[in-house]
Design a protein around this ligand. Structure first.
Ligand code: UN1
Length: 500
């Protein structure tokens, strides 16, 4: 579809028609695809006020009815999957299949949200007092500030929003300033679902177009009891203390530095395929991308040799073209950060294969690279930091305890995996003394998680959990109630307090 038709289809004509101060560029060519207006501090304040008003209404709508809105959003997404996937590709540079996959992830979380809307289960609890009972009920929390990164511009919003809406919470969303178009398209699609629903409160979803100043504004605003922020550790470190300072709740999903341990019993053929997807896919720009390969000395050279051969044949190019597996990096800054990391790795004794800029003739203002593998003598500081690019550091190990220690010796704790055919090794990796990450996989790579599980990680990754399992609880407030249906007033803990 041409860009104008795509914008019309996704309800973007108004936002892109009036011009504005913010240039939106496509990483495919580096060219400007739209100009839109960013949101001022005053307009952000008004948006938060609208979302508070929306909360007063929305929290009174029965949860299964709220689920109906999310069901309709899923329907709209099904019918616009191709178009929204195409816009993701245009705005972020993901290959077509991954753009579509991201929209599928949105559809999946909507489905989960619909079911959840009839299952916001609380507990009944045995009381120690005769004639009493206790129960726990989950209630809507309030408007949720959602801050998202460029790399999953729509899926991460949907994880938060499908749950928040079902839980009774409006959303104030600040997407990455690189990806306002996909955000405004999501807002238009939710509006469409809202019309089919029979009308939704104004302010149920507010989109704030802006950068760090607006993120700080959301972090500081006590009308947002929860701020869910996905992005770099630097961003999380800047926002979390502000949210904590007003005793607000934060849900953080920050950087990852994900490793794979490959043991002597591993199926290397399977490992090569998993590594290619998780280290090269999305141009290494997933928080779950594979960055560290920790391979046993018995298999290390064979595996890295196979990878170098596989990497040499990865088709790099326009992400819209059939067959392309590696599209552009999002920006010149990303390219520079990649080159800096590779230089540091070389200085630490690493041997780099790949990682050069390509296609500069065809796309002088865009940044395409070949994927890089770096044979490292040790896990030096550059390996311990997250670089959002297709760089894979390979480090040999001698025994599994050493591999697990190396694996855990980084500040981040998002995702991890082991390739092995030995049950003892896989169980050890998944045990309390194994991987210290929020996600640990066996014989699959660290990326591409399904929405059914809780998503997030430990240490500098921030500890938050989004998406499936019981992640919804973060979006609600819990009330513990004790009910006395007797004619007496026994006190807990046997306390006596008899007034005459
Ligand atoms: C992210 O990179 O912020 O597990 C999210 C995955 C995707 C989500 C990644 N389902 O790779």
């Amino acid at each position: 579809m041409d860009t104008a038709a795509l914008f019309t289809r996704l309800g973007l004509d108004e936002a892109t028609g009036g011009g504005g101060d913010l240039e939106v560029r496509s990483p495919i060519t580096g060219g400007v695809i739209a100009r839109i207006a960013s949101t001022s501090a005053a307009d952000t304040d008004a948006a938060i006020a609208r979302s508070r008003a929306a909360f007063d209404e929305w929290r009174q709508v029965p949860a299964p009815r709220r689920g109906e809105l999310v069901r309709l959003l899923g329907e709209v997404l099904r019918s616009e999957k191709e178009a929204l996937g195409e816009l993701v590709t245009l705005e972020v540079g993901k290959v077509t299949s991954e753009g579509l996959g991201e929209v599928q992830e949105m559809i999946d979380i909507c489905d989960l949200g619909v079911g959840l809307s009839r299952q916001l289960y609380g507990l009944t609890i045995a009381s120690e007092r005769p004639g009493h009972r206790m129960l726990e009920t989950w209630y809507p929390l309030g408007p949720v500030g959602v801050i998202t990164a460029f790399n999953f511009p729509v899926a991460v919003w949907s994880w938060n929003t499908a749950l928040a809406l079902v839980c009774g919470d409006p959303v104030v969303w600040k997407p990455s300033p690189r990806t306002p178009l996909t955000a405004l398209a999501c807002q238009a699609l939710l509006r469409r679902a809202g019309e089919r629903f029979g009308g939704i409160p104004d302010g149920l979803l507010e989109v704030i177009v802006g950068g760090a100043d607006r993120a700080v504004q959301l972090a500081d605003d006590p009308r947002l009891p929860l701020v869910s922020a996905t992005g770099s550790t630097t961003m999380g470190r800047a926002l979390a203390p502000r949210i904590a300072g007003r005793l607000g709740r934060s849900l953080l999903e920050l950087g990852g530095n994900n490793g794979m341990v490959v043991t002597p019993s591993a199926d290397l053929e399977l490992a090569v395929r998993a590594i290619a997807f998780s280290a090269v896919g999305t141009a290494g720009q997933r928080c779950t991308s594979l960055r560290r390969l920790i391979a046993h000395t018995d298999v290390h050279d064979d595996l890295v040799g196979r990878l170098e051969r596989a990497y040499a044949s990865v088709p790099v190019g326009d992400p819209r073209e059939a067959g392309t597996l590696l599209g552009p990096l999002v920006s010149r800054e990303s390219f520079d950060a990649m080159q800096t990391a590779l230089d540091r790795a070389r200085a630490d004794g690493g041997t780099v294969t790949g990682g050069e800029r390509v296609l500069a003739d065809r796309f002088p203002d865009a940044y395409y690279v070949t994927p890089a593998i770096v044979r490292m003598p040790a896990q030096t500081p550059v390996v311990e930091s997250e670089t959002f690019a297709p760089i894979l550091y390979a480090i040999p190990y001698g025994d599994l305890d050493e591999a697990i220690a190396l694996h855990n010796a980084v500040p981040q704790g998002l995702s991890s995996c082991i390739f092995t055919s030995d049950l003892r090794e896989s169980e050890r990796f998944l045990s309390a003394v194994g991987s210290d990450c929020g996600i640990a996989n066996v014989n699959i790579g660290p990326s591409g998680a399904e929405i059914g599980g809780a998503f997030g990680g430990e240490k500098e990754t921030g500890g938050g959990r989004e998406s499936g399992s019981d992640a919804w609880k973060a979006y609600m407030r819990r009330q513990t109630a004790t009910i006395n249906y007797s004619h007496d007033l026994p006190l807990a803990q046997g306390v006596r307090f008899d007034v005459a």
